[in-house]
Design a protein around this ligand. Structure first.
Ligand code: GDP
Length: 365
C-alpha cells in the first residue's frame, strides 16, 4: 500500500510498541485466606460465630443490619440460634457529649480489660449517623489500638434507619456478640438525649462521661441522663484541670443526693479519671465489678434483664405494628390528608389516629 506522507506525523496512526500487560490477578494473594462464598445458612453462620471467626461475626452483623426483606427470615433464625449462648456478658452503656473523651476512655479501658483476659465488643448507637456521616465511630482513627486488639471487636452502628430500628439492631448484635464469646459489651452513645433510654434498657451498668466546666456541670448534662447513671466519670482530670474536676465531683455528688434512689438500690458513684493519662481506669472496673456483685446478690441483676426483655417485647410490637400500618396500601395518602386537617385544626389528633386505625383494620382501598 502506498504510504500517505500527509499522516506521518500524526501519532494516532503510528503503531507504538505496546506495554506489557500486568497480571490481572495479584500473584501475592493467598486464596486460602479469601472467603469463597458468603455464608448461606444459620448453621454456617453459627459455626463461624461459635469458633470465634471475626469475619463470620461481621457478616452475621451485616445480615442483622440489612433492611432487605429477603434477609429477614435468616436474620431472625440466626438470632434465635444465638440466644441459648447469649446473656453471659457484662453489658456496659457509656454516654457523654461529643468531646467528653468517650473514644479515648473506651480505648484505654478496653485495653485494660483485654489485658485482664476479657473479650470486649464495642457497639455504638448513633442517632445522628444517618444525617452527618457518622459522628461516632465513623472516623477510622478512633480506637485504633483497640481495633487491632485480637480480644476486642468494634462495630459502628448501622448508619440508616430510625433510632428505634438502630437500637433494635444493636440489641440483636449484642446477642450475636455474646454467642461469639464476648464477655464484656460496651454500648456507646452520643449524649444528646435521644438514645440514652434505649441504651439504658440494654445494659447492666450505665456510665456517664462528662467534663468539669466553669460551673455548668449540671447544665451541660440533661438531668434525665444523670438520673439514669450508675456512675458519673469526670474525665480529663489532668494537668491544671485536676482541681476543677475534683470540685465538679463534689458538686455532682451533692446533686445526686437529691435524685430519687435507683431501683437497684445502688448508690451512684462519681469519680474523676484521665483517659489520656490512664488514671482511674482500674478503679472504674473495680466499681463495675462491685456493682455486678451487689446486684447479683440482691437478684436485681437478673430481674432487671427480665424487665428489659419485657420492655423490648413491647417496643417490638409498637415498632412493627407502626411499620405495618404505614406500609398498608393508600395509608400514606390518608395520613397526609389527616395531617392537613390537623394543621387546619379541623380535626383532633385522636380522631385522626382513630381514623387511621379504622382504615388499616378495614384494609384501605
Ligand atoms: P468523644 O467525642 O467523646 O469520643 O471524645 P474523644 O475521645 O474523641 O476526645 C475528645 C478530645 O479530648 C480529644 O482531643 C482527646 O485527645 C481529648 N481527651 C480525651 N480524654 C482526655 C483526658 O483524659 N485528658 C485530656 N487532657 N484530654 C483528653
Amino acid at each position: 500500500m502506498k504510504k500517505n506522507k500527509k499522516f506521518d506525523n500524526i501519532s494516532a496512526l503510528n503503531i507504538v510498541q505496546g506495554v506489557q500487560k500486568p497480571d490481572i490477578v495479584n500473584p501475592y494473594i493467598d486464596f486460602s485466606q479469601l472467603r469463597q462464598q458468603p455464608l448461606q445458612s444459620v448453621e454456617d453462620y453459627m459455626r463461624h460465630i461459635r469458633t470465634g471467626d471475626r469475619v463470620g461475626l461481621s457478616q452475621a452483623i451485616t445480615l442483622i443490619e440489612s433492611n432487605l426483606q429477603e434477609h429477614s427470615t435468616l436474620s431472625q433464625q440466626l438470632i434465635e440460634a444465638c440466644i441459648p449462648f447469649a446473656g453471659k456478658s457484662i453489658r456496659i452503656g457509656i454516654t457523654g457529649m461529643p468531646g467528653a473523651g468517650k473514644s479515648t476512655f473506651i480505648e484505654i479501658f478496653g485495653k485494660y480489660l483485654t489485658k485482664m483476659g476479657r473479650k470486649l465488643a464495642v457497639l455504638a448507637i448513633d442517632p445522628s449517623s444517618g444525617r452527618s456521616k457518622g459522628s461516632i465511630l465513623g472516623d477510622k482513627t478512633r480506637m485504633e489500638e483497640l481495633a487491632a486488639d485480637q480480644n476486642a471487636f468494634i462495630r459502628p452502628s448501622p448508619s440508616a434507619g430510625t433510632l428505634g430500628g438502630v437500637a433494635r439492631k444493636t440489641a440483636e448484635t449484642l446477642i450475636v456478640c455474646e454467642a461469639a464469646g464476648f464477655d464484656t459489651i460496651i454500648i456507646e452513645t452520643v449524649g444528646v438525649g435521644q438514645s440514652e433510654t434505649e441504651v439504658k434498657n440494654m445494659v447492666d451498668f450505665f456510665l456517664l462521661l462528662t467534663l468539669a466546666g466553669a460551673g455548668d456541670e449540671l447544665q451541660g448534662i440533661k438531668r434525665g441522663i444523670m438520673e439514669m447513671a450508675d456512675a458519673i466519670l469526670i474525665n480529663k482530670a489532668d494537668g491544671d484541670n485536676i482541681a476543677r474536676a475534683e470540685l465538679a465531683k463534689t458538686q455532682i455528688n451533692n446533686a445526686l443526693h437529691l435524685f430519687p434512689p435507683l431501683p437497684s438500690q445502688w448508690t451512684p458513684k462519681t469519680m474523676t479519671v484521665s483517659a489520656q493519662q490512664n488514671k482511674g481506669i482500674q478503679e472504674v472496673w473495680l466499681m463495675i465489678d462491685d456493682y455486678v456483685n451487689f446486684t447479683k446478690k440482691s437478684n436485681y441483676f437478673a430481674k432487671n434483664r427480665i424487665e428489659q426483655s419485657k420492655e423490648r417485647f413491647h417496643q417490638y410490637i409498637r415498632d412493627t405494628l407502626y411499620e405495618k400500618i404505614l406500609s398498608a396500601p393508600d395509608i400514606q395518602a390518608k395520613i397526609h390528608s389527616l395531617e392537613k386537617q390537623i394543621q387546619q385544626q379541623t380535626m383532633s389528633v385522636y380522631a385522626a389516629g382513630r381514623e387511621i386505625l379504622e382504615a388499616w383494620k378495614n384494609g384501605v382501598n
